[in-house]
Design a protein around this ligand. Structure first.
Ligand SMILES: NC(=O)c1ccc[n+]([C@@H]2O[C@H](COP(=O)([O-])OP(=O)(O)OC[C@H]3O[C@@H](n4cnc5c(N)ncnc54)[C@H](OP(=O)(O)O)[C@@H]3O)[C@@H](O)[C@H]2O)c1
Length: 277
């Protein structure tokens, strides 16, 4: 169902990949978009686009940038929590600081923006929060435990917000991309590990290949555009290949956990007994 097109959007992670495609699409279709990067020089120069410096791992940076954007825009119809990156390494060896940083970037930072945005959205009688989470929240990726857990946590927060905000004018949508062909894999930081090399390399290589062959980020931008224009959007939107985004959620719902574990081991080339050097 079509509704009045929202005019002001705040989007994190606008310098590359999915966020950059959302900026291009929304700005070309008449929205005013405030978009963030840790380095404002990396942001595009486009009509209807307003660059902002923001580091989601720094609470002061979040609050200062939000206040600046709020002054310039006078309030936002749409908040899109998109920024993110991952760390890759054995779960048991992951330094606690890295775990915390993943949760700050992928959960606490986005939730702080939700808290900052909500009062004005409730006051103006309209508002949409789009959290770009990941299918990794449903299908955790080996060696990406902190990333998968933080994305799953943001999905859970999105559902809680939907329940708590029922009856208000604010809608909350959880957009869950499957593998998408962006710079995400290149940006993933690896934790040096002294065990299990063969298995880790196999999973890393499968991830790299899957992402290189995955659909382009424009498909996520189009999905976000449909959500923005839908008066009653679906609570959860999975985007990506048919296999990952359509069959995957279905399988997670109906197959026993043991079967899913078996399938994921094969999917990531993890053979029983192939411990490596
Ligand atoms: N690509 C996929 O397969 C995939 C699948 C599922 C979910 N996702 C999610 O989709 C979102 C976008 O990812 P992408 O694929 O477009 O990756 P990308 O091309 O690497 O873009 C990541 C964006 O996040 C920003 N960012 C990273 N760390 C940040 C920090 N500490 N503070 C502020 N901004 C930060 C980057 O901005 P700067 O570096 O300029 O600061 C960049 O704009 C992420 O949340 C990712 O988890 C991606």
């Amino acid at each position: 169902m079509e509704s009045k097109r929202p005019s002001t959007v705040l989007l994190t992670g606008a310098s590359s990949g999915i966020g950059l495609e959302i900026v291009r699409l929304l700005a070309a279709r008449g929205c005013e978009v405030w978009g963030t990067s840790r380095d404002a020089a990396k942001l595009p120069q486009l009509p209807h686009f307003h660059p902002l410096r923001m580091d989601l791992t720094d609470d002061a940076s979040i609050r200062e940038s939000f206040a600046q954007a709020q002054r310039e825009a006078g309030g936002f119809d749409v908040l899109i929590n998109n920024a993110g990156s991952a760390v890759f390494g054995p779960t048991a060896l992951m330094p606690v600081e890295m775990m915390r940083e993943q949760f700050q970037l992928l959960l606490h930072g986005p939730m702080e923006l939700v808290r900052l945005s909500l009062p004005a959205m409730c006051q103006c009688g309209c508002g949409l929060i789009v959290n770009i989470t990941s299918l990794a929240g449903t299908f955790p990726i080996p060696y990406m435990a902190a990333y998968s857990a933080a994305k799953g946590a943001l999905s859970a927060c999105s559902q809680c917000l939907r329940l708590e905000l029922a009856g208000t004018p604010v809608r909350v949508v959880d957009v869950q991309p499957a593998d998408i062909n962006t710079a995400f894999h290149t940006a993933t930081r690896r934790v040096a590990a002294d065990t299990d090399h063969t298995r880790q390399e196999a999973v890393w290589e499968i991830q790299r290949r899957n992402m290189a062959a995955a659909p382009p980020p424009q498909c996520v931008a189009e999905a976000v555009w449909r959500v923005i224009n839908d008066r009653n959007p679906p609570p959860v939107v999975a985007v990506g290949s048919f296999f990952q985004a359509k069959l995957g959620p279905w399988a997670a719902r109906f197959l026993p956990a043991r079967w899913l574990d078996w399938f994921l081991r094969r999917y990531y080339g993890i053979q029983d007994g192939s411990r490596g050097s």
